[in-house]
Every structure is written in structure tokens, then in C-alpha cells.
Design a protein around this ligand. Structure first.
Ligand code: PMT
Length: 404
């Protein structure tokens, strides 16, 4: 069925390819409205896009005439999907800053539609850490990033930065959320630390920031899954298209998870759950004299173990955060907790693991070990979700075969 697609075109030589993209989308019965940045108009004229789309092209945020006919709010409402192709380093930077200083960026702020960027720029601009940080930030807010391709660039240099071909963009638009085995599957993810109160103002906790779990939630949502993120206290914004349930203690996390498990297809335990809580939490702030030198602790429920024992069992994937003998400890947890796979990360080093933007992990499953080298947690989350999607797809095929 045709969709209402808003195509944003920003400044770059690849803008000429977007004319063909509009033609192909219309052939597939989509309605396409085009919005151009000022820089884009130096490469292709609005009249060209008007001719291929069959609609006037939006160019100005403050144009009284066009604002009356189809203002940025109406265009934001019109769009079922927003695709920005080409997405220049400049428009990516402005979007990452939440700017609304032209029609395209204002629409992106005002819309609730999913947004995909299709980057196109010189390979050094693409690899610049500022651009990478901007892209990572957009991904964290639920933007999909398609490409870029590697090849000879308009400037004559070779590298990563070419815009995907229109055919590949159309494939993404048509298939992105329908072909992955995660489409419409329910994934429950735990993230962040838990807080175990000693009294109303003090608690026992750990250094988890939630970054790993939130990145997994965003990546899973982009793969078409329905994602429920059950999180301890963090400073992070909720990822787009994810249902966030906030809790504080391990007991609350356990109860919330178990409520969701009957509808859950895949469970990922990325939270750093406190294994113990103070046996009693004082109802009022204790003075330092009231603390004894020994603290009585009670074991918290093992959430992921309970999930793995549930019938029907969701695909259950845990994390192991270890400072030493990483493989040994991870394999033990994998076995003892009855998991389908465990993702082991070394913690306690200067970088990686808790509260870091990067991580490197080893994933153990019945298929053996897969290594994911050091990368941003956002990139890593996409790779892990891709692995989980393939593994889940194979498992469901096997279970259909077994029934047959
Ligand atoms: O949040 P970040 O700052 O981004 O850091 C990410 C991370 C290091 C927290 C994450 O990658 C990670 O490793 N999470 C698991 C941390 C941990 O402490 O694991 P564990 O070895 O204690 O527990 C093993 C598994 O059992 C985990 O999946 C955990 O969620 C789960 N568990 C543990 C105890 C418990 N009572 N219930 C559980 O479900």
C-alpha cells in the first residue's frame, strides 16, 4: 500500500539521484512531498522535484504563501515516513542539535514519523568524530541511518561517503520493518542499575549508566520490534518508539519483568541488577551513629533466571560483566541461569563496560563464540540486534519444522 513519504533533500551533488528516487517511489504508489534546504537548490531546482513528484516543493520556513498552503506542521503530520537523501554533514549536525532553522529541520522536530537519513559527503567529513558523534546522537533518538556506500566520490577521492543508490533506498523503505524476523515481536530489555535503599536518602547501587541497554532498545525498535525497556535510574532520554518503564529496586524490576514475560518473544538482560539488598531499609534518615559496622543483606531475585524458567520460554540473552576470567565466569552464568546466549564484557578497565560510550564483547551461544570488537555502544547494539534477529529467525524456522 502506498505511503505518504516526505523526502528531504539537502545540499550535495547526490541530490540529482533523489530525482530518480522520487520517480521510483511514485511507481510503487507512494505519495511523495519534497522539501529542499537552501544548499540543495544549488544542485537541483525545486521545479525538477515539482515535476517528478507532482506537488509544489517546500523550500522556506517563513514563506507566507507556502506556509498558508502547507505549513511545517501540516507537512510533519502528512509524513508517515521522512527520508533525508542526501543528508549532508551540515543537516545531520543541525538535526543533532535539535535546530529548526529551516523548513526541513523544523518538520523533523515537529513530526512523530520515523526518520531515516541517507548520508552523502566526503569520506573525511564522514569519518570526522564530530559527524560520527552527531550520527550516533541521532541514532540514539531513533533515527535510522542507511549507508553510506564506499566508492569513488564526486571530488575524485575514494572512501566511505557515497549516497546509497535510489534502488537500495527504495529497498530500505519497502523492507526495513517487514523482512526482519523481529518485526512485530515483543522484546523486553532491562537496563541501568538498581538502587537498594538503606534509608530514604541512601542506597546501594553500581556504575551502570544504562547506555548499553538503551542502545539495544533503540536498535531493536528500528528493526520493527515492539520494545519494552525496563530501566533503573539513568540520565538518558527514552529512545524513540520504545515503551519505557522506570523502576528503582531489583524487586520492582523483577515484578515488572514478570508481568511482561507472558507476551515476550525475546528477553535481553543488560541491567546491572544488585544481587543483594539491605535486609531492612530504615523508614527515616539514619544518623551515622545508627549504622552498625555490619550490614545485613538479603539476596534479590535472579530476574533472568526466572525468565529462562518461564513456559513458554522467550529467547533469553544475558550479559556478564567481569573484571577477570571473563570467559569462565560468563560460561558459568550462561549454564546456571539457563540462557540461550550470554554477552560477556570485560569491566574495570579505563574504557568499555560500565558508563563508557564504547564496548567490546564476546557472545557465547550453542553456535559458538562471536567476537564484537571495540566500537560505540550504539554501533555494537545494532550488530548485536542483527545477530539476535538472525538467531531468532533460525530458531523459529526450526520450531516450525519440528511442528511440521
Ligand atoms: O549500563 P552501561 O553503563 O552502558 O554498562 C553496560 C553494562 C556493563 C552494565 C552491561 O553491558 C552489562 O554487562 N550488564 C550486566 C551487568 C552485570 O552485572 O551482570 P551480572 O554478571 O551481575 O549478571 C548476569 C546477568 O544476569 C545479566 O544479564 C543481569 O542483567 C542478570 N541478573 C543479574 C542479577 C539478578 N539479580 N538478576 C538478573 O537478571
Amino acid at each position: 500500500m502506498g505511503q505518504s513519504i516526505l523526502l528531504g533533500v539537502s545540499g550535495g551533488i547526490a541530490a540529482y539521484k533523489s530525482v530518480d528516487l522520487v520517480r521510483r517511489l511514485r511507481e510503487n504508489a507512494h505519495t511523495v512531498r519534497v522539501v529542499m534546504t537552501q544548499a540543495a537548490q544549488s544542485f537541483v531546482t525545486p521545479l525538477t522535484f515539482q515535476a517528478v513528484s507532482g506537488y509544489p516543493v517546500g523550500c522556506d520556513l517563513l514563506d507566507a504563501e507556502s506556509e498558508a498552503a502547507m505549513d511545517h506542521i501540516s507537512l510533519a503530520r502528512f509524513a508517515e515516513k521522512i527520508i533525508i537523501a542526501p543528508a549532508s554533514a551540515d543537516v545531520i549536525a543541525r538535526l543533532a542539535q535539535g535546530m529548526a532553522n529551516d523548513l526541513l529541520t523544523a518538520i523533523c522536530l515537529a513530526t512523530t514519523a520515523p526518520i531515516a537519513i541517507v548520508p552523502a559527503m566526503n569520506h573525511r567529513m564522514w569519518h570526522n568524530p564530530i559527524t560520527q558523534a552527531n550520527v550516533a546522537k541521532l541514532q540514539q533518538f531513533g533515527y535510522a541511518v542507511w549507508g553510506p556506500d564506499e566508492g569513488t566520490q564526486a571530488c575524485g577521492e575514494y572512501g566511505l561517503g557515497r549516497m546509497l543508490e535510489p534502488e537500495a533506498i527504495v529497498t530500505h523503505i519497502e523492507n526495513k520493518n517487514s523482512v526482519t524476523p523481529l518485526h512485530r515481536k515483543t522484546i523486553v530489555i532491562t537496563a541501568g542499575p538498581t538502587r537498594e535503599p538503606l534509608d530514604p536518602v541512601r542506597f546501594i547501587s553500581n556504575r551502570s549508566s544504562g547506555k548499553m541497554g538503551y542502545a539495544l532498545a533503540a536498535a531493536a525498535a528500528q528493526s520493527g520490534a515492539k520494545v519494552i525497556l525496563i530501566s533503573g535510574p539513568t540520565a538518558l532520554a527514552p529512545p524513540k518508539n520504545v515503551q519505557l518503564i522506570s523502576i528503582e529496586t531489583a524487586t520492582q524490576m523483577y515484578e515488572t519483568v514478570m508481568q511482561q514475560i507472558p507476551q515476550c518473544d525475546i528477553f535481553i538482560g543488560a541491567a546491572a541488577v544488585a544481587d543483594f539488598r539491605p535486609t531492612t531499609a530504615a523508614p527515616q534518615k539514619s544518623s551515622k551513629n545508627e549504622f552498625s559496622s555490619t550490614l545485613s543483606l538479603t539476596a534479590n531475585p535472579d530476574i533472568i533466571r526466572a525468565v529462562a524458567q518461564f513456559t513458554p520460554k522467550p529467547l533469553t540473552i544475558g550479559f556478564a560483566a567481569e573484571t577477570h576470567d571473563v570467559k569462565l565466569h560468563a560460561m558459568r552464568k550462561w549454564e546456571n541461569k539457563g540462557l540461550d546466549a550470554i554477552i560477556a564484557n570485560q569491566v574495570g578497565l579505563a574504557e568499555g563496560g560500565f558508563d563508557s560510550d564504547v564496548n567490546s564483547v564476546e557472545l557465547y551461544s550453542a553456535e559458538g563464540m562471536v567476537q564484537f570488537p571495540r566500537q560505540s555502544k550504539i554501533e555494537l547494539a545494532h550488530h548485536l540486534i542483527e545477530w539476535i534477529s538472525n538467531y531468532y529467525g533460525k530458531q523459529t524456522k526450526d520450531s516450525i519444522k519440528n511442528i511440521g
